[in-house]
Design a protein around this ligand. Structure first.
Ligand SMILES: Cc1cc2nc3c(=O)[nH]c(=O)nc-3n(C[C@H](O)[C@H](O)[C@H](O)COP(=O)(O)O)c2cc1C
Length: 378
């Protein structure tokens, strides 16, 4: 097997020691006030050997929250919490960017200022339930009401919130931001013909549906520098009612516009379907779309979605991407790069502890060295 995963790349302002990225992973364990907790400091510190940590999605405003106990990056306390996380990762020699999140219609009045209905491009309801705080600090699922259609003024406020959140991230000492344009959340809702029926300049053609995303990219790069801004997209993703009528036309246009912006990177969540499907097994249409995106974007591309050591090396060898993001493997293997280097068996993450709770299933997954010393002791 080749060792392309360990060839050090540069992306934007950052020199990385390998191509093994920690994918953004919501864990729903923020402290009161949606502040990253001390446990989060430990969790990210443990994973600092990643070439780059992309944090869990973090709401840019109260309106942008859609799940119980997700951290924000819009209050002074939250920024202080992120500063502790950034310090810890830097102390270990790592690098960390924060994923900037606005969920749009995938929210609930319990999270919204004044108990309002969530906002979206159009009033079409999302075919899903919201994960809200329940009794005994357990999360529970609740029906989502019909969203309210954003006004132009409302859209402009959201662009300003992205800018402020990005500035907050830099003030916290984080190395940059990843704009979350994937997985059926606000920016994806604007992109996707299934959730955007607007008739103004933000709806209709691919150019119009891509407008908000590009405005956010332009405003955030102007605020903190293009070499500190990445973007995540999910071409042909089906999360939360996404189902674009012509993803080829949409992404062909969008990616070539993004290429002009010289971002630090483009991060693609590959169409993987349900469960842990190997990326190379996905459908030919998805693969053709990925090839067109690769051809249209000259900057670094991070691929994510069901990768193993083997399929990651193949993707790099084939030139399909430049870095590979691992999600679930990083939950259960805090020292994932060390394990991949020696092709060690990986621990499996337990889905029961993905969201909510405390240290269990969060900071108590051992490193290989810890596992070995436990075996010696017992
Ligand atoms: C528990 C969990 C939380 C996730 N949270 C996020 C998130 O906050 N933002 C995001 O863009 N993707 C999120 N994802 C998707 C992952 O980043 C990744 O794309 C996905 O897990 C596939 O990669 P994997 O097969 O290596 O786990 C999440 C996935 C899981 C399993």
């Amino acid at each position: 097997m080749t060792d392309l995963l360990f060839a050090p790349p540069r992306i934007g302002a950052l020199d990385l020691p390998s191509r093994i990225v920690m994918a953004p992973l919501t864990r729903s364990r923020a402290a009161p006030g949606n502040v990253p907790s001390d446990l989060a400091v430990d969790y990210y510190r443990q994973r600092a050997s990643a070439a780059l940590i992309i944090t869990e999605g973090s709401q840019i405003s109260q309106q942008g929250q859609g799940y119980a106990w997700t951290p924000g990056v819009h209050t002074p306390e939250q920024v202080q919490g992120w500063a502790k996380v950034a310090n810890a990762v830097h102390e270990e020699g790592g690098r960390i960017v924060i994923q900037l999140w606005h969920v749009g219609r995938v929210s609930h009045p319990v999270f919204q200022p004044g108990g309002a209905r969530p906002v979206a491009p159009t009033t079409m309801p999302v075919p899903a339930k919201a994960f809200v705080p329940g009794p005994d600090s357990q999360g529970t699922f609740a029906d989502i009401p019909e969203p309210q259609e954003l006004t132009i003024a409302g859209i402009q406020l959201i662009v300003a919130d992205y800018v402020q959140a990005a500035r907050n991230a830099i003030a916290a000492g984080l190395d940059g931001v990843e704009i979350h344009g994937a997985n059926g959340y606000l920016l994806d809702q604007f992109l996707n013909s299934a959730s955007n029926w607007r008739t103004d300049r933000y709806g209709g053609s691919p150019e119009n549906r891509a407008r908000l995303l590009l405005e956010v990219v332009d405003a955030v790069t102007a605020a903190i520098g293009r070499d500190r801004v990445g973007l995540r997209l999910a071409p042909m993703g089906k999360n939360f009612g996404m189902d674009d009528a012509n993803p080829e036309a949409l992404f062909h246009y969008l990616v070539r516009e993004l290429d002009k912006r010289d971002l630090a990177y483009l991060h693609l969540g590959e169409p993987t379907g349900k469960g842990r499907k190997i990326a190379t097994e996905t459908d030919p249409r998805g693969q053709a779309l990925m090839r067109d995106i690769r051809a249209g974007f000259s900057g670094p591309i991070i691929l994510a979605g069901g990768y193993t050591r083997w399929t990651a090396e193949q993707a790099l060898a084939d030139g399909r991407g430049d870095l590979i993001a691992f999600g679930r493997p990083f939950i259960a293997n805090p020292d994932l790069p060390a394990r991949l280097r020696i092709d060690a068996t990986l621990a499996e993450a337990d889905p029961a502890t993905f969201y909510g709770g405390g240290a269990g299933g969060y900071t108590d997954y051992p490193t290989l060295a810890q596992t070995a010393s436990r075996e010696v002791v017992s």
